[in-house]
Design a binder for this molecule. Structure first.
Ligand code: GDP
Ligand code: MG
Length: 444
């Protein structure tokens, strides 16, 4: 436990020596893991293949962020690329068209079209103060129109009166007409699905589209759709032309690989996600969250991102040059301490490492908590410029002044100076291997 803590933090500190660029071997090894994660998340095979190739091209030769391991660097690149591919945040339903704006819901049977129709209508009514009309075009299942009518009653949203014997296209035309007459802002057409894609379904959807001229055509798909996702999305997009995707059952155990597959083949935005059966259970799509979920590596990614956020590559390069000359003064130490503090301190760093969370309490009880960084930074801040550059000049009277200025005592200052000496020595010797000097000192 102790060893590995030292190793891990040691490697964060030693990262300052720089590790250069990602090699072909680093990338291949990490991509094997990524590939497995994507397949486990049910991303379609073709998409996995093209995605990993794209990442490979980007990653080989990329500069490794100081402070992290090559494998983690690849994961970071993969994650960024995944977020990129999943699309931008907050692309939502576009209502920018003359009223009534027609929204057509398409998808397989059981994918959640009717439920999502109710959810969207409910949201537009309550949040956007819109007057909405819902119409079921599902003449295939006797209960389907009644299901939507009940959602209308439940949400207080108008539904088109049911007239037996009409075709889906007739209902579509009647719905648009009724919305015009009724002064509705939006009309949502809930179509019938099939258990699988077939020609009659595609023809029916295309006809409805022609009749109702929808501004949005949303493909509703179950987030658990596996390898079929590509086919599904491609067919609906080519034959009907979709404007966006809605992923349902994101509340389930699935990791949502379908999001990536469908987005990859259509290039259409994921506009909303369903996270339950209730009318309120509709959310915006957050690519980062879904990317984390697909990779199943959220914690490691946050660690990598914290490092990326906080470590200033230039500063690190300047530091490396200083170290090479054997110069590491108290200004540099303060920089290091601030760096660690920014990363959430010891607790923050360890909380992110698997199995390390428990160490935080132990260290806190040994006085090694985040306050220590703050105290040490305060001590250094109370020094003059000359003192920081040349700690040897710190004799008794100066220490007394610094202690008073930083609210610490002489023992704290001595401890800090000792730590600095050890680190400076270590860095002088270090060919990239020195490890743990700072930690050992801090552990007392
Ligand atoms: P449709 O055939 O495409 O109209 O599908 P429905 O809207 O009738 O939904 C089929 C089933 O999936 C129903 O039992 C819904 O309650 C359920 N469902 C729909 N969306 C979600 C969701 O986001 N999460 C969960 N857990 N269930 C959902
Ligand atoms: Mg339905």
């Amino acid at each position: 436990m102790f060893e590995s803590l030292q190793d891990r933090l040691g490697s964060i500190l030693n990262g300052l020596t720089g590790r250069g660029a990602l090699s072909e071997a680093d990338v291949s090894a990490a991509l094997r893991e990524v590939r497995r994660a994507l397949l486990e998340a049910d991303v379609a095979l073709d998409v996995v293949r093209s995605f990993t190739e794209k990442v490979r091209e980007k990653a080989v030769g990329a500069e490794i962020l100081k402070s992290i391991k090559p494998g983690q660097m690849v994961v970071k690149i993969v994650h960024d690329e995944l977020v990129d591919m999943l699309g931008s945040e907050g692309v939502t339903i576009d209502l920018n068209a003359p009223a009534p704006v027609v929204i057509m819901m398409v998808g397989l049977q059981g994918s959640g079209k009717t439920t999502t129709t109710g959810k969207i209508a409910n949201r537009m009514k309550t949040r956007d103060k819109k007057k909405v009309l819902m119409a079921s075009l599902d003449t295939r299942r006797p209960a389907a129109q009644e299901q939507l009518r009940q959602l209308g009653v439940q949400t207080g949203v108008d539904t088109l009166p049911i007239i037996a014997g009409q075709s889906p296209t007739d209902i579509a035309a009647r719905a648009v007409q009724a919305a015009k007459l009724g002064g509705h802002d939006i009309v949502i057409l809930d179509t019938a699905g099939r258990t699988h894609i077939d020609e009659p379904l595609m023809i029916e959807m295309a006809e409805i589209k022609r009749k109702s001229n929808p501004h949005e055509i949303l493909l509703v798909a179950d987030a658990l759709t596996g390898q079929d996702a590509v086919n599904l999305a491609r067919n609906f997009d080519e034959r009907v032309g979709i404007t966006g995707l809605v992923l349902t059952r994101m509340d389930g155990d699935g990791r949502g690989g379908a999001a990536l597959s469908m987005r990859a083949v259509t290039g259409k935005p994921i506009k909303l996600i369903g996270v339950g059966e209730k009318m309120g259970e509709l959310e915006e799509f957050h690519p980062r969250r879904v990317a984390d979920r697909i990779l199943g590596m959220g914690d490691i990614i946050s660690l990598v991102e914290k490092a990326a956020e906080n470590i200033d590559a230039e500063k690190a390069a300047a530091m490396a040059a200083k170290m090479a000359k054997g110069k590491f003064d108290l200004n540099d130490l303060a920089d290091q301490l601030r760096q660690m503090q920014k990363m959430g301190g010891m607790g923050g760093i360890m909380g992110l490492m698997p199995g390390m969370a428990g160490m935080k309490d132990k260290m806190a009880s040994a006085g090694l908590d985040d306050k220590l960084f703050g105290r040490q930074i305060a001590i250094i801040s109370s020094m003059t410029k000359a003192e920081r550059a040349n700690p040897d000049m710190l004799k008794h009277s100066r220490k007394k002044r610094i202690a008073a200025g930083s609210g610490t005592d002489a023992a704290d200052i001595n401890k800090l100076l000792k730590m600095h000496r050890q680190m400076a020595d270590m860095m002088k010797m270090m060919g990239g291997k020195g490890k743990g000097g700072m930690m050992k000192q801090m552990m007392g």
